[in-house]
Ligand binder design. Structure first.
Ligand code: PHE
Length: 462
């Protein structure tokens, strides 16, 4: 018997779920770092312009393809055009690879949340705390499992009672936390040993004021490519996620409006993440403290919280609670992208699909954890990094597969289905899609070119 396909109850549910996917670790640990490195306000400006052009185009495309086909990423492309079935397979491999290591990082966040909640934040600021934790044998595995199980329970409950309901609770709380922490970070100040006082507002200036120091044409192009890469990752594009979520959007929902809201939500949180993090790091550690990724979140920030004295444990607890919320809503979206494919493509029940993917992610996740312990090695990647299991999976999905999926999607929509295919879906209830001309030019010419450059750069060819 063909079961009824899951559906969001309305556009608010969809917007919050998609924003939940979009707002994740990328917003928090990568956006502020890039902004601090790439000329502050200059990066912000470039990012905002790209968000309403390039980001808007890819976001609209994937959501519209999902709603039009009402299929999972695995089967949607084949429905659109038989010869493009392979693209569904590649698009589904991306979330399959991401899920295990995303849960491992989710487990790390959970660890820090617990450490701060129990009043031990100062310990987390010690030099070898992070390395000691991830190289330990059992703890990272147990915490990874708890994170994965939480995501699995939500996905098991289905689209409206699981994904939509949890997003409706988590996302408003997340937003309140982000705004509160950002406001707090502007009030901090520190007096150095030589008597100079640095305030949160000084840090904010580093973030907001465009700096053109040392920026020539080549440097500017690098800033643009940093912004493109970040945007692409941040909107959860080319991971199959938006096709899956788009397929659950009711036909009478206003797609145009929803897409704008998702973009505003994601960009606002990325911007506020900078306001949360940059002033703290500048005030207590100086510009050198602005690392990226795990080193920013798990090494630098605990030092910043420790420097705040008593308040540090409280701010740290709220901060890691916020990150945990961001990570869970992204984690469930990755899991759903895989589960939806198993349901559609292999005719599994939701229960069976969830159990199958959870067990697989668990096994792979254990291997990722052991990559810092029993299975430790250092593999040089083409981009110069020395990689462990987690980095290799991240490299394959983000640097290789995602650009391929995005480029192929542009070719399929721009040249074979034609841009009107997407525009018609977006306007199907009489809505007016703005930026239509721009959309067509973008999907046919500009986006593929930008993506090819990004791909060539990210695999280290140039
Ligand atoms: N959009 C997420 C972010 O910015 C990225 C992401 C989503 C990664 C879902 C994995 C899974 O952090």
């Amino acid at each position: 018997m063909e079961k009824k396909r899951g559906s969001f109850t309305g556009s608010i549910g969809f917007v919050l779920a998609a924003a939940g996917s979009a707002v994740g670790l990328g917003n928090i640990w990568r956006f502020p770092y890039l902004a601090a490195r790439d000329g502050g306000g200059l990066f912000l400006l470039v990012y905002f312009v790209l968000a309403i052009t390039f980001g808007f185009t890819l976001l609209t495309t994937e959501v519209a393809l999902g709603r039009k086909t009402k299929r999972s990423p695995l089967t949607a492309y084949g429905v659109l055009n038989k010869k493009w079935k392979w693209l569904g397979v590649v698009a589904s491999i991306v979330p399959f690879i991401i899920m295990p290591y995303y849960c491992v990082i989710g487990g790390w966040v959970l660890k820090y949340f617990i450490v701060f909640l129990t009043g031990n934040g100062v310990k987390a600021a010690e030099n070898d705390f992070f390395t000691g934790f991830i190289t330990s044998q059992y703890e990272p595995i147990i915490l990874m499992f708890i994170f994965l199980a939480a995501c699995a329970v939500i996905i098991f409950m289905g689209v409206d009672s699981g994904i939509e309901k949890s997003s409706k609770i988590i996302m408003p709380v997340l937003l309140v936390l982000v705004v509160a922490i950002a406001a707090f970070s502007l009030t901090i100040k520190n007096t150095a040993t030589d008597g100079t006082v640095t305030t949160g507002i000084d840090g904010l200036k580093v973030y907001l004021v465009p700096s053109l120091k040392g920026i020539g044409v080549k440097e500017f192009m690098l800033v643009v490519m940093d912004a493109v890469g970040q945007l692409f990752f941040s909107l959860s594009i080319a991971m199959g996620i938006l096709i899956a979520y788009g397929s659950y959007v009711p036909d009478d929902a206003n797609l145009v409006k929803s897409i704008n809201q998702i973009e505003i939500f994601d960009t606002a949180v990325a911007f506020l993440a900078g306001v949360m993090i940059i002033p703290g790091v500048i005030v207590f550690m100086g510009a050198e403290g602005m690392g990226s990724g795990p080193s920013l979140m798990f090494v630098s920030l605990p030092k910043v919280f420790a420097a705040m004295g008593k308040a540090g444990n409280v701010v740290g607890t709220f901060f890691f609670a916020m990150v945990l919320f961001a990570a869970v809503t992204s984690g469930i979206s990755v899991l759903e992208a895989v589960v939806a494919g198993l349901i559609d493509g292999f005719k599994m029940s939701r229960t069976k699909a969830t159990v199958a993917e959870t067990i697989t992610a668990l096994v792979l996740g254990v291997i990722v954890c052991l990559g810092y312990n029993k299975l430790y090695f250092e593999l040089p990647l083409p981009n110069g990094a020395k990689a462990q299991v987690l980095d290799i999976m991240d490299y394959i999905s983000n640097n290789i597969l995602m650009p391929i999926v995005a480029i192929a999607t542009c070719v399929l929509v721009g040249w074979i289905l034609k841009p009107d295919f997407v525009i018609k879906e977006a306007e199907k209830n009489g809505e007016k899609m703005g930026r239509k001309r721009m959309f067509s030019v973008m999907i046919k010419y500009v986006a593929p070119v930008i993506l090819v450059v990004l791909f060539v750069m990210s695999v280290g060819i140039v």
